[in-house]
Design a protein around this ligand. Sequence first.
Ligand code: GAF
Length: 382
Amino acid sequence: MGAQQVRDGFEELYGAAPEGVWAAPGRVNLIGEHTDYNDGFVMPFALPHTAIAAVSRREDDVLRLHSADIDAGVVEVTALEPGSDTDWTAYPAGVVWALREAGHPVRGADIHLSSTVPSGAGLSSSAALEVVVALALNDLYELGLQRWQLARLCQRAENVYVGAPTGIMDQTASACCEEGHALFLDTRDLSQKQIPFDLTSEGLRLLVVDTQVKHAHSEGEYGKRRAGCEEGAAILGVTALRDVPYADLPEALSRIDDEEIRRLVKHVVTEDERVERVVTLMTTGADAREIGPVLVEGHASLRDDFRISCPELDLVVDSSLSAGALGARMTGGGFGGSAIVLAEESDVASITKTIEEAFATAGFTAPRVFEAVPAPGARRLA
Ligand code: GAF
């Protein structure tokens, strides 16, 4: 659904034109998985898929929410209580809650939205919903907050209001990414570098393969990994695993008795190093094909050490590599969702066919495959 349709839908629902229309994208993460809640490095880029919201302020404190994608009518929220909303309305409501909690003078709003970011696909559909509402309210209530501040508030909405213990990557990606660039983000201080990322001019393509395995039920596992990483940092006497230098990893691992914790620490420390390697490749004029093996290493680490892959994600990686892909790995939180595949343009059709056939042979639901080019971050459309 485009901006005009969302605008028209708003007018039909609420009887007046909206004050504005905003968009915020989903993301894929090129490299740097489960590093964000360890104060580490990530490198996502924005997808062309967006959540679009038409919004007007209200003179009372009521929130009226409507999604064109869900047949549930207008939902009126009068009291904002963390944990009280259990469906999609928790994301916009959580943002209003987080803004008010931080002392920003935000009153009620009428909101109508629609999203093309596939939900449960590990492509940040929830962050897109949060960021589009945060940006709209920032503009309408003239709060003057910067993008990174909006991302922090959206993360707070997700952690406290929705109750999912996620890091800061997805909200920052949606709020801060730029067209044609990947975002090299230091999640400790949110310092950022926009890194030009144009595979097309090098004859390459990046495929996103949505396995259609929904990952929503895995929040407990995500929380367990996060707690395990924090325990690892405590054992090693550091603030966060980001503070363990890669060169000291063998010595650090020798100080951890628990096998599970050792594996988690190993993944996070090696993953930060992989991000730095990819940044070096991308900023020193190297052939982008050299990124491929780093992606494969990253997948092995997530599968064997962090243990958050699943048979469908492994099959995307194995089948695409067997068909000549330059690299592949799962992306996002894991336990389902999507994988990315780096390939020569001339191999895209045969790799896609190989993945689809492998899924059919294994009896898995057919995956959805599309090409991803870095798209713009959150913005006002009208
Ligand atoms: C999910 C979370 F929301 C992110 O914060 C991040 O931890 C990611 O999983 C894994 O890298 O998308």
